[in-house]
Design a binder for this molecule. Structure first.
Ligand code: SAM
Ligand code: ZN
Length: 160
């Protein structure tokens, strides 16, 4: 296979598998734009879908989610040329992919970025309440009562 077959076409499947094949075929990317599933919000597939086990976002813990995201962005890193750009839409975490000269597998780090309020967009703050930590909206004084659950320091939107 050649890199050409990947260009100007849609490819469906687990992004990690697809990116590994792209790398093997010599694909080089200048820009990546992605919106991975947020952690613990929803499934995009029916329960009996064959690809369901590969679906991102349904991991048991935030740690597992972060580990899988890091894996995804290692694959991204392997495709990027130097001076490339990654656009990432992510609710809870921002992934900072720093590519070394040879594509960077080792040099991926992940940092927790500002969490914004799902209701009004103001920054959320981690607050210690009587029943443990939770995340509250910094626009509380302006009337926003939005909260998020805290799981191991990560803000998580409640199901349902
Ligand atoms: C937040 S949505 C982004 C939707 C996208 N912006 C669009 O307009 O179609 C996340 C998408 O990631 C897909 N997804 C989940 N796990 C995946 C995986 N392992 N490989 C590729 N896509 C995956 C989901 O099916 C869903 O379509
Ligand atoms: Zn708010």
């Amino acid at each position: 296979m050649t890199a050409k077959r990947w260009i100007d076409a849609c490819h469906f499947g687990d992004c990690r598998l697809l990116m590994a094949r792209m790398a093997a075929d010599g694909v080089q990317a200048h820009t990546v734009v992605t919106s991975p599933p947020y952690y613990g919000l929803r499934s995009y597939l029916p329960e009996d879908a064959p690809n369901r086990q590969h679906e991102l976002g349904l991991e048991r813990t935030p740690r597992e989610y972060v580990d899988r995201m890091v894996d995804v962005f290692r694959h991204v890193c392997n495709l990027l040329v130097e001076d490339s750009t990654v656009w990432l839409r992510q609710l809870v975490v921002r992934i900072k992919a720093q590519c070394g000269k040879n594509g960077g597998g080792q040099a991926v780090s992940m940092t927790v970025a500002a969490v914004t309020c799902p209701a009004c967009g103001a920054p959320m703050r981690r607050i210690k309440g009587s029943r443990g930590y939770f995340w509250g909206c910094s626009a509380f004084r302006d009337g926003c009562r939005a909260t998020l659950r805290d799981v191991d320091g990560v803000a998580v939107q409640a199901h349902g």
